[in-house]
Design a protein around this ligand. Structure first.
Ligand code: SF4
Ligand SMILES: [Zn+2]
Ligand SMILES: [Zn+2]
Length: 300
C-alpha cells in the first residue's frame, strides 16, 4: 500500500476516501479536514479566543493539538465530573497535555457547582447518568465561556459521534433534535455562546490514528457509565454498515447536513428567557441545571 500523496509506504488506509497515507501525509490530511470544517461553517476567526472542552480522551486532545499547531489562541476547559478513577485519570491527562504545550487549562468541578458528583446525581434523579451529566456539561461549558469572555466553545465530537446522534434522532423522529444537529450552533441569545465541532468530518479511527502519530497521551478507558448507553448500540450498527459499504457514515451525516437539515430548521424559534436563579438561558423560568441542583440539595 502506497501513500496517495508521496508514494512512500502507507501506514493507514482510508477506505471511504479510497486512499492510503504515510504518517506525515495523514497528519496533513487530518489537519486539512479540520481547516475545512472551520472554514465551511465559519466556526471561528483567527483572532478569536477559543475555549476547547477537553475530556482527556483522544478526540478532544487531538482537536486541541490541531488548533495549537495551527496557531489558534486557545484555552482548555476540563470539567471534573467526579466519576471515580476515570475522572482522576482523565484530569491528569489534560493537565499533562496543557503543561507540555504551555497552554492554559481551566478546571471546573461539578461537585462544587451542583453539590454532588455525577454518580450521586444519578442516584438522586434515578435517571441514566448521562442525562444529568450531559445537562451539566452543556450548562457549565456555556457559563464558564461567558464568565471568562470566550465567544465560542469547541468540542471533540467526531464523525462517529455525530452520525450516531443523528441515527438516534432519526430512529425516533426527534425533529427538535434534528434541527439542532449541526457542526456549528450559532449564538441565538446574548447569553448563549457559539458551539462548534471541528472534528465532525473525521472518524473515531482517524482521530485515534492522529493521536497515536502525534504521541498524544490520552485516557484509553471510557467513562464507566458509557457502557449500555444507547449511543453505543447506534455506533455498532453504523460500524456494521460502514464495513459493508465504506463511506456509509460519512454519507449519512454529510448528506443530512447538506440536503435534509434545512427541512427541519425551525422558523418559530422557541423564546429564550434568563433563569430566575442563575441568569443563564432557559426556555422556562428556572433552568434545568438549577432544578437539578435543588434536587441534589434536598436529597443531601
Ligand atoms: S458516558 Fe455519560 S456519564 Fe460518562 S462522561 Fe459521558 S455523558 Fe457523562
Ligand atoms: Zn506520503
Ligand atoms: Zn439556572
Amino acid at each position: 500500500m502506497k501513500c496517495r500523496k508521496c508514494g512512500d509506504r502507507a501506514v493507514l488506509e482510508l477506505r471511504r476516501h479510497n486512499a492510503a497515507f504515510c504518517a506525515a501525509d495523514f497528519v496533513d490530511f487530518f489537519r486539512n479536514q479540520v481547516r475545512e470544517a472551520i472554514r465551511r461553517y465559519r466556526m471561528f476567526e483567527r483572532d478569536e479566543h477559543v475555549l476547547v472542552a477537553v475530556s482527556g480522551g483522544k478526540d478532544s486532545l487531538a482537536l486541541w493539538d490541531v488548533l495549537l499547531e495551527d496557531g489558534y489562541r486557545t484555552s482548555g476547559l476540563y470539567l471534573d465530573l467526579g466519576i471515580f478513577d476515570y475522572s482522576v485519570e482523565s484530569h491528569a491527562k489534560c493537565e499533562a497535555f496543557a503543561a507540555a504545550h504551555g497552554a492554559e487549562l481551566i478546571v471546573v468541578r461539578v461537585t462544587e457547582e451542583i453539590g454532588a458528583p455525577i454518580p450521586v446525581i444519578k442516584d438522586v434523579t434515578r435517571r441514566p447518568p448521562c442525562s444529568g451529566c450531559g445537562l451539566s456539561k452543556r450548562y457549565l461549558m456555556n457559563r464558564v465561556a461567558l464568565e471568562r469572555g470566550f465567544s465560542v466553545v469547541a468540542t471533540g465530537h467526531n464523525l462517529d459521534d455525530e452520525a450516531a446522534t443523528l441515527f438516534g434522532s432519526v430512529m425516533h423522529w426527534q425533529t427538535e433534535a434534528l434541527s439542532r444537529q449541526s457542526p456549528a450552533l450559532a449564538s441565538t441569545h446574548p447569553k448563549l455562546v457559539r458551539r462548534v465541532k471541528p472534528l465532525y468530518r473525521l472518524s473515531e479511527r482517524e482521530t485515534a490514528a492522529y493521536a497515536f502519530l502525534r504521541a498524544i497521551d490520552y485516557i484509553v478507558d471510557e467513562c464507566p457509565f458509557a457502557k449500555g448507553a444507547t449511543s453505543i448500540a447506534h455506533k455498532e450498527t453504523l460500524n456494521r454498515m460502514e464495513d459493508a459499504s465504506p463511506g456509509a457514515k460519512h454519507n449519512f451525516l454529510l448528506g443530512f447536513l447538506d440536503r435534509a437539515r434545512p427541512a427541519f430548521e425551525r422558523v418559530d424559534a422557541v423564546p429564550l428567557n434568563e433563569c430566575a436563579r442563575c441568569g443563564q438561558v432557559t426556555t422556562g423560568t428556572v433552568c434545568a441545571f438549577c432544578k437539578l441542583a435543588e434536587r441534589v440539595k434536598r436529597a443531601g
